[in-house]
Design a protein around this ligand. Structure first.
Ligand SMILES: Cc1ncc(COP(=O)(O)O)c(C=O)c1O
Length: 428
């Protein structure tokens, strides 16, 4: 696509965009009586207008049926989560029985590590991307300590080469190979939260397995953003949150994937609870845990129906959009347009005032661009915010901007870049 730096061009792309009506399914925050330019779906996705209705339906079921809501009504709560499986399988490239929803992300990571991090004195090391999201670092550190190992010894991190911001797949594979004898787990993000880089999950899974390790992914920044093929890539497990690109509300319910090859794997320990028990026998309240089939066997506690209802509202929008295929095409164009406009600003000033550290290859990025500000980064960010452009700031000098194909327009991107340009004059 040949882009142009004009409002008319942005509006013409919007006019041709067959997904543009999806924007009207969302509540856009207001700024001075107009729609804000919300580019922060990497942190918290917008609220679908339908969420209130989906929640209202469950509140009414609670009001009218009370405890009978578990068994009666249009959507008995006992099976409510079943409706989420197919849409989630579609977004993650899983089989429906390989996914379930429960708890929140870091809690699920810990629960999955109970199964997939069982170190021995010979194999106890975990390989991660350097600069992984802090919660993942803390989770792994605490798991390693819990098993009696030292983080400095047991956690191997792969960092970008000197002068580079993102990781090369060959470097990841080479570190896996170097540690093959002692590695028991490879845990990677699907998309790095800071740089927006999409990792080659298939290559990482292959290399990890060749080294004799389990391979899991934190997909917080990947699900609903980039296409995934968890089953075919042979990932052992994955988990994600639903509040970013899946628009399911602050602290929304998390999802997990367990590959079907592990459903009956007796070597996998797990922390059990009654909700992971075989559903046909759960209410016999018998001693001795018997796991439900599939990922559901990793559930622990009673379904949080209100969180699941908000999740269903959001997933139904993805289903209406036909999954991720067309959304991804639009996403590549939207983010490409933002990238082009940022390069235009640098060109205008004859200096790289904004350095995009996200890969320029659309195949290895999602919708997010992470931008290092050479001058007065915080002032630039504040100027954007004052003018209704909502992105987010990551220390020491990065602004993350994420045009989301479900609700952002090309005009949003054009206006955001215009404010970025104007910020240079104002923050001088
Ligand atoms: C990559 C990643 N992992 C983990 C988390 C933590 O998720 P939670 O607070 O829902 O456990 C986040 C939150 O933004 C994240 O971006």
């Amino acid at each position: 696509m040949i882009y142009h730096n004009t409002l008319e061009f942005a509006e013409s792309l919007d006019a041709q965009d067959e997904l543009r009506h999806f924007r009207h399914e969302f509540l856009i925050p207001q700024h001075n009586g107009e729609d804000a330019i919300y580019l922060c779906g990497n942190s918290l996705g917008l609220q679908p207008k339908s969420t209130e209705k989906y929640l209202g339906t469950q509140l009414n079921a609670w009001k009218d049926l009370a405890v009978e809501g578990w068994f009666q009504g249009d959507d008995p709560w006992l099976q409510f989560h079943h409706q989420l499986k197919q849409p989630l399988a579609n977004l993650t490239g899983a089989k429906p029985d390989e996914v379930t929803v429960m708890n929140s992300l870091t809690v699920n990571l810990h629960l999955l590590l109970v199964s997939f991090y069982q170190p021995t004195n010979k194999r106890y090391k975990v390989l991660m991307e350097g600069g992984a999201f802090p919660s993942d670092q803390y989770a792994i550190e605490s798991q390693v300590n819990y098993h009696g190992y030292q983080a400095e010894d047991a956690i191997v991190e792969v960092f970008p080469r000197e002068g580079e911001h993102t990781l090369r797949t060959e470097d990841i594979i080479s570190v896996i190979e170097q540690n093959a004898d002692e590695l028991t787990l490879v845990l990677f993000a699907g998309v790095n939260y800071y740089t927006g880089q999409v990792f080659d999950m298939e290559a990482i899974a292959n290399a990890g397995h060749k080294a004799g390790a389990y391979v899991g992914f934190d997909l917080a920044h990947a699900v609903g953003n980039v296409p995934l093929e968890l089953h075919n890539w042979d990932a052992d497990f994955a988990c994600w949150c639903s509040y970013k690109y899946m628009n399911s509300g602050p602290g929304g319910i998390s999802g997990v994937f367990v590959h079907e090859k592990h459903f009956n794997n007796p070597d996998l320990k797990r922390f059990a609870g009654w909700w992971g028990y075989r559903p046909d026998k759960r209410f016999l309240m018998a001693p001795g845990f018997k796991a439900a089939h599939g990922a559901e066997g990793w559930q622990v506690s009673t379904s949080p129906i209100l969180l699941m209802a908000a999740h269903k509202a959001a997933l139904d929008i993805f289903e209406k959009a036909g999954g991720l295929m067309e959304l991804r095409q639009k996403s590549v164009l939207l983010t490409g347009y933002l990238e082009y406009l940022i390069h235009e600003i640098n060109h205008k000033y004859g200096e790289e005032l904004f350095t995009i550290i996200t890969p320029s290859d659309p195949n290895i990025r999602g919708c997010q661009l992470s931008v290092i500000c050479k001058r007065n980064g915080k002032a630039t960010f504040n100027y954007l915010a004052k003018n209704g452009v909502i992105g987010d700031w990551r220390e020491p000098d990065v602004i993350r901007l994420s045009p989301v194909p479900l609700y952002n327009s090309f005009k949003d991107v054009y206006k955001a870049a215009s404010y970025l340009d104007m910020s240079l004059v104002v923050s001088e």
